[in-house]
Ligand binder design. Structure first.
Ligand SMILES: [Zn+2]
Length: 225
């Protein structure tokens, strides 16, 4: 299985996550937001030096089907710069939203799109036990599990607290460490057939516009034909 962590790096929680992963001798994949990576290059390096894989999660997290092709390319390229020289050519679309067109464009830029098969729903107010059981009930060989070491956007500020996620992960690795091997995405692809869901999906534009973020004002989304 592969553990993936989106939306970081975060100056508080990413180093703590690295400690949890180190404790369980586990390697993971981090899909970073370019804007956050640019602010915390030291943490980007720390993640890479610890042996984890770093992938691209766009520059500032727009829903890709709702922006133009040119904006999509700029989003991927700006993030690529921010995570260089450590980033690999793996892309995870923000919110998991993508269209056939946006998927193709990512491949034209040399990226492989990596979705996920199990989520902890750690962007809402769930406690560690709830998240751990949710994941335990859904995993299988080849699972790609989605967590967040930061939340680029959240509905309420208390949801940004990553403590419950870190606790859930710690318990999960404690319990599964004997039975499963956790590997990075490139390793998972070398070893077999990863499980991924939601190949093409969009988010309701009204839900996106309700969200607010730590990087300044509410996001603006316009529908693009
Ligand atoms: Zn994200």
């Amino acid at each position: 299985m592969a553990l993936t962590f989106d939306d970081g790096p975060d100056p508080v929680f990413t180093p703590r996550l690295l400690d949890v992963l180190k404790k369980h001798r586990t390697k993971a994949t981090f899909f970073m937001v370019g804007k956050a990576a640019e602010r915390h290059p030291d943490i980007v390096r720390e993640v890479a030096v610890a042996g984890h894989t770093i992938g691209n999660h766009s520059w500032d997290h727009p829903s890709f089907p709702m922006i133009t092709g040119r904006e999509r390319r700029e989003q991927i390229q700006a993030c690529e710069k921010a995570i260089a020289p450590y980033g690999v050519k793996l892309f995870r679309p923000p919110y998991g939203d993508q269209s056939l067109r946006s998927r193709l464009e990512a491949s034209w830029l040399g990226y492989q799109v990596i979705m996920y098969s199990v989520t902890a729903v750690d962007w809402l107010d769930h406690d560690a036990d709830w998240m751990k059981s949710r994941i335990m009930n859904r995993i299988a060989n080849g699972s790609i599990i989605l967590f967040h070491d930061s939340l680029f956007q959240y509905r309420e500020s208390r949801y940004a607290n990553r403590e419950p996620m870190l606790d859930a992960l710690d318990m999960l690795l404690e319990e599964l460490g004997e039975r499963y091997t956790f590997v990075t995405i490139p390793e998972l692809m070398r070893q077999g057939r990863p499980q991924m869901a939601y190949w093409v999906k969009t988010t309701d534009i009204n839900i996106l516009n309700e969200r607010s973020g730590p990087y300044g004002g509410p996001p603006r989304y316009a529908k693009v034909q």
